[in-house]
Write a protein that binds this ligand. Structure first.
Ligand SMILES: *[C@@H]1O[C@H](CO)[C@@H](O)[C@H](O)[C@H]1NC(C)=O
Ligand SMILES: *[C@@H]1O[C@H](CO)[C@@H](O)[C@H](O)[C@H]1NC(C)=O
Ligand SMILES: *[C@@H]1O[C@H](CO)[C@@H](O)[C@H](O)[C@H]1NC(C)=O
Ligand SMILES: *[C@@H]1O[C@H](CO)[C@@H](O)[C@H](O)[C@H]1NC(C)=O
Ligand SMILES: *[C@@H]1O[C@H](CO)[C@@H](O)[C@H](O)[C@H]1NC(C)=O
Ligand SMILES: *[C@@H]1O[C@H](CO)[C@@H](O)[C@H](O)[C@H]1NC(C)=O
Ligand SMILES: *[C@@H]1O[C@H](CO)[C@@H](O)[C@H](O)[C@H]1NC(C)=O
Ligand SMILES: *[C@@H]1O[C@H](CO)[C@@H](O)[C@H](O)[C@H]1NC(C)=O
Ligand SMILES: *[C@@H]1O[C@H](CO)[C@@H](O)[C@H](O)[C@H]1NC(C)=O
Ligand SMILES: CC(=O)N[C@H]1CO[C@H](CO)[C@@H](O)[C@@H]1O
Length: 437
């Protein structure tokens, strides 16, 4: 055992960006560690595939900042794939994955995320990874395989931006479809579809993540709206607990309480539960069986929490902190049929589509009973409108609770993405709990 301890560090000498990374993984076999060099960019023209159980791809020395090695997509859409068979326990850690989508606004429709993990495997790990600018539909996809995926851990990652907020150029932050999984302590900034999208993923827990719309419009913060692939809308045992979700804040001064936002950044639906929230009511399916509790929302939303087409959900103790507004106008796609959704409110539910949904008592905001139907059709106010609240460490935010936020989108001269302290802005609104749902 002592000998092994002495030999291992030699085996971990980092590989230069001229090496054939795929060949190293393939010949390395079970447990092989592909150790990338710090401050180095590796061009990926075909997805780099894990090939055996317990393999690891990481940066030498496990840095957590901008010196993490960067895997940059230069062909196809996916940088790293661990969704094939026979890949239990593989690990992607301490690297950056640059989808290199900048300037390519219309890469949507492709089926691959920046990172594809999951599949028919158990116990995979993705941690301390920065994933941004995917060419495909998500920054990180945890697939279900043939519904045999189990126990993936997704933690301490720094995700975004993902996609653009123009029509169907959207991309998710984290797309979770693996059962019994944990999504913990991730930061998602400027995903443009859903920040964290949960596709059923029964018995998974999504907790203590931070999601923020900083410079882009996000359709959803956390989504529990998909009924596939875990039929029928199976969210049994899925728990969404203690996450922080922040819509946009004013970027310059308006009046005493509200100001403009130069990017119109907001989250249309803070937390969406049930398919009607996303699609129209002719889609008669339900999400069933989950729990959504102790989440904290702040900033600009069109709807804070919206529930439509849900059964056996526990929705308790979700709170608003700091300042918040519920803003947006009907867009052209809200009025395509004779029915239109309810206008913006903090809490919206469609009672006749709910069965056994325990929605706990609240104080300042009441649940509004109204039509929940394709709420992404709303459009944000004009950038110049005094509609955004102050907060999040920005202009006119509470100085005693604020820490200046650092954008996560920066890319430094070497091309490696700049790292920063994403947790800082979360502290900005701590302490001012004003609403209990
Ligand atoms: C990884 O697997 C995919 C799917 O089988 C394949 O298209 C791709 O070429 C593989 N990557 C490499 C580097 O061989
Ligand atoms: C955008 O896409 C085109 C065509 O696929 C490609 O040639 C170009 O390199 C891409 N640009 C960037 C910045 O990724
Ligand atoms: C998830 O965990 C439960 C309880 O440990 C187990 O019964 C179930 O088979 C697991 N699900 C999958 C898809 O492995
Ligand atoms: C959560 O992730 C951040 C990086 O985004 C890290 O700085 C922090 O230490 C992590 N917290 C815990 C409890 O691991
Ligand atoms: C939901 O999925 C879990 C895990 O596969 C399974 O045990 C359970 O029976 C499913 N529930 C329904 C209602 O199908
Ligand atoms: C309600 O949620 C807040 C914020 O996550 C948490 O601090 C508090 O402990 C929760 N209360 C209960 C009774 O769980
Ligand atoms: C409305 O939908 C059409 C496609 O049906 C799309 O092209 C257009 O951008 C949408 N408008 C808005 C404001 O989302
Ligand atoms: C600030 O401007 C907004 C938008 O015009 C308005 O709704 C709000 O009442 C104003 N607040 C104050 C304090 O004047
Ligand atoms: C909330 O807005 C007020 C101005 O209306 C501002 O003074 C205060 O600092 C804001 N709160 C936070 C937590 O930023
Ligand atoms: C996945 C699923 O169950 N989809 C159904 C949703 O509801 C519509 C309308 O009833 C059906 O056509 C779909 O099959």
């Amino acid at each position: 055992m002592l000998l092994l301890g002495l030999v291992l560090p030699l085996a971990l000498a980092c590989v230069p960006n001229t090496a054939d990374l795929q060949a190293l993984l393939t010949t390395g076999g079970k447990g092989y560690v592909l150790s990338l060099c710090p401050d180095t960019v590796y061009s990926v023209s075909k997805s780099l595939n894990f090939t055996a159980p317990e393999q690891e791809i990481s940066t030498e020395g496990y840095p957590t900042d901008g010196s993490r090695a960067t895997l940059r997509v230069v062909g196809g859409t996916c940088a790293v794939r661990a969704s094939g068979d026979g890949l239990d326990g593989v690990r992607l850690r301490y690297v950056q994955v640059d989808g290199n989508r900048v300037g390519n606004a219309s890469a949507s429709g492709t089926s691959q995320g920046n990172i594809e993990v999951g599949g028919n495997n158990r116990g995979q790990l993705v941690e301390w990874v920065r994933s941004f600018n995917p060419r495909g539909w998500t920054c990180l996809h945890v697939t279900e395989g043939t519904l045999k995926c189990t126990e993936t851990a997704i933690q301490h990652n720094d995700i975004g931006p993902c996609g653009h907020d123009t029509w169907q150029d959207w991309a998710d932050g984290i797309s979770l479809s693996c059962a019994n999984s944990t999504v913990y302590n991730n930061t998602v900034v400027d995903a443009t579809d859903g920040g964290i999208v949960i596709f059923g993923a029964p018995y998974s827990i999504v907790h203590e993540n931070r999601i923020r719309a900083q410079t882009r419009v996000m359709l959803g913060g956390i989504n529990l709206v998909d009924v596939l692939p875990w039929k029928p809308g199976n969210y049994s045992g899925t728990r969404v607990l203690s996450n922080r979700i922040e819509g946009g804040y004013a970027t310059s001064m308006g009046n005493d309480t509200r100001g403009p936002n130069e990017q119109r950044a907001l989250i249309k639906i803070g937390i969406g539960i049930g398919p009607r929230v996303w699609w129209d009511e002719t889609y008669q399916n339900t999400s069933r069986g989950g729990e959504v509790a102790n989440n904290v929302l702040s900033g600009a939303f069109t709807f804070g929490v919206a529930v439509g087409g849900a059964q056996n959900f526990q929705i308790t103790n979700n709170t608003f902190v700091g300042n918040e507004t519920f803003i947006g106008q009907y867009g052209p796609n809200c009025t395509q049929s004779d029915k239109t959704p309810n206008p913006p409110v903090a809490l919206l539910r469609e009672p006749d589509s709910l069965t056994s949904v325990n929605i706990a008592k609240r104080n300042t905001y009441d649940w509004v009973d109204g039509r929940v139907q394709g709420l992404t059709c709303f459009v944000p106010p004009a950038a110049s409108e005094w509609a955004w609240p102050y907060g999040g460490g920005g202009v006119n935010a509470d100085p005693t609770t604020s820490v200046s936020p650092t954008p996560t989108a920066g890319v430094d001269k070497k091309g490696a993405a700049a790292n920063n302290a994403p947790a800082a802005w979360l502290l900005a609104v701590a302490g001012l709990v004003i609403v209990v749902i």
